[in-house]
Design a binder for this molecule. Structure first.
Ligand SMILES: Cc1cc2nc3c(=O)[nH]c(=O)nc-3n(C[C@H](O)[C@H](O)[C@H](O)COP(=O)(O)OP(=O)(O)OC[C@H]3O[C@@H](n4cnc5c(N)ncnc54)[C@H](O)[C@@H]3O)c2cc1C
Length: 454
């Protein structure tokens, strides 16, 4: 490109970073470099689900892109109401059917590597990808007269690079977030500074996730008519519940179980915390995942109904995750640096919305950065608009996600017959609302520079 209007570095090539890179392909006057810590982009073994609100954003990338995604998920997109999740009260010898979560449109489920594969195949020539590039820090010069000196990136291998705009899409353990918050805290009074800096590191949510894949073949051989071979079901119990559903075109059953320790919500996760989960003891902050035997894995669900036990019998081993989140941040941008996705708002997985939120961030970032009025001088205002429109929304989603888990673990005083309505109302933003209102507002703010956006 002869004369780009600016150069964007995206740090992190996960769901959010790659979606942003694809979205920016429609702006040929912007060059994009994606720096990814891993040697390859593909994540193997885990699924990712996208609710209609975020899927409608992906559809904006055109029919070819949508077709590629649909081929990988194996079912059609619909706007009809469907029974998405069957919910049972299962912490008793004979379980009972509680409600079906009715959603307008389906949760579109993908193998994560397939999802990444589609994004990678749509990257434009104006985007260069760099693997094995782990960012360790950046330096953003204090504004000079022209306001456009480059930002310098430093990587773990000792190399450096420059850019005009830096987007941190580097996940929950983001490097960009703490660097940016330190910049933001500079010059604040001690109390405010302490409050800003307290958001740098992820915190433990009090949630432990039990994750495994079960062979559908094995379950079918023992229990040929088991509901889970066809239906997405959640088995709910006091303080613990699990979801199970077919994945990878029916080859596997994805199992995601959770325990919620309300007293430990938002506590620091450290080796000295007395957590009644033996496998977490002695773990440092960086060791959030433990291997479990089948016996350890099924322990929280051992008093569940027979239907649940049939699934648990097929578990061979699994992993236990200490689910961490990011506190509500005071800002998700500072001058020409912004963060997105899990770096900005990692949330508990109870509404399957983390990936969707990073897709929404990506599209709004593309809208503000690609707008014709945005120049290198006005990037800080464009990113302030992104902050203004996205941060309150994703914070609200994070709260709703936590509430969903608490409702499913019977931790709120809601009568059983009202539970279905309460859970649905708390969640229906994911299929009844659109990102479009925020996109229109972003354009309005961009086109009227007299409006204060801070
Ligand atoms: C097991 C599991 C299941 C989930 N299921 C769902 C679901 O069904 N639906 C849903 O919406 N959400 C789901 N989520 C949440 C969702 O995966 C995340 O919210 C989403 O991946 C966030 O995307 P991201 O791009 O912000 O971060 P990530 O996808 O985590 O990507 C961050 C990328 O940055 C790279 N990186 C990290 N540090 C650096 C660095 N210093 N320099 C360069 N690169 C770096 C990483 O290698 C990674 O590729 C799930 C999460 C987990 C863990």
């Amino acid at each position: 490109m002869s004369n780009p209007k600016f150069r964007i570095a995206i740090c992190g090539g996960g769901v959010g970073g790659l979606t942003l890179a694809v979205a920016l392909s429609r702006h040929q006057d912007i060059t994009v470099d994606v720096y990814e810590a891993a040697r390859s982009f593909c994540e193997i073994g885990a699924g990712v689900g996208v609710w209609p609100r975020a899927f409608r954003v992906l559809r904006k990338f055109g029919p070819d892109f949508e077709q590629q995604l649909l081929e990988r998920c194996g079912y059609e997109y619909t706007e009809e109401y469907v029974a998405a999740v069957r919910s049972r009260k299962s912490d008793q010898p004979i379980g009972i059917e509680l409600f079906d979560l009715m959603t307008k449109g389906k949760l579109m489920r993908f193998h994560r590597a397939d999802f990444h594969g589609v994004l990678l195949s749509f990257l434009p020539p104006s985007c260069t990808t760099h693997n094995a590039k782990r960012l360790t820090s950046y330096t953003q010069p204090l504004e000079d007269c022209s306001g456009n000196s480059p930002i310098t990136l430093t990587f773990k291998d000792g190399s450096t690079a420059t850019c005009d705009v830096l987007i941190g899409a580097d996940g929950i353990k983001s490097t960009v977030r703490p660097c940016m918050l330190r910049e933001l805290a500079e010059g604040l009074d001690p109390d405010k500074k302490k409050s800003v800096l307290s958001c740098m590191n992820p915190i433990w949510s009090g949630v432990a996730a039990y994750r495994t894949l079960i062979s559908a073949e094995k379950l079918r051989a023992r229990f040929p008519d088991h509901r889970i071979l066809k239906e997405f079901t959640q088995y709910m119990g006091k303080d613990a519940y699990f979801l199970a559903y077919p994945l990878f075109l029916g080859q596997y059953i994805n199992f995601a179980g959770f325990t919620l320790e309300r007293d430990l919500v938002d506590s620091a996760y450290d080796a000295d915390t007395e957590i009644p989960r033996p496998s977490f003891k002695g773990k440092t902050d960086d060791e959030w995942v433990s291997e479990l035997t089948a016996q350890q894995f099924v322990e929280p669900f051992k008093d569940f109904e027979e239907d649940a036990q049939q699934i648990l019998e097929c578990v061979e081993k699994g992993t236990l995750w200490a689910v961490h989140t990011v506190k509500t941040l005071p800002s998700i941008n500072f001058r020409r640096v912004a963060i997105m996705g899990d770096a900005a708002h990692a949330m508990v997985p109870f509404q399957g919305s983390g990936a969707g939120q990073s897709i929404e961030d990506a599209y709004l970032l593309m809208t503000v950065l690609g707008h014709k009025s945005t120049t290198i001088e006005t990037v800080p205002r464009a990113l302030a608009i992104y902050d203004k429109l996205r941060r309150p929304f994703s914070s609200e989603v994070a709260l709703r996600a936590m509430r969903s888990g608490q409702l499913c673990a019977f931790q709120e005083d809601v009568p059983l017959h009202e539970l279905g309505d309460t859970i649905t109302k708390n969640w229906e933003w994911a299929w009844l609302t659109e990102l479009d209102d925020a996109l229109e507002e972003a354009v309005r703010l961009l086109e009227d520079s007299s409006i204060d956006v801070n």
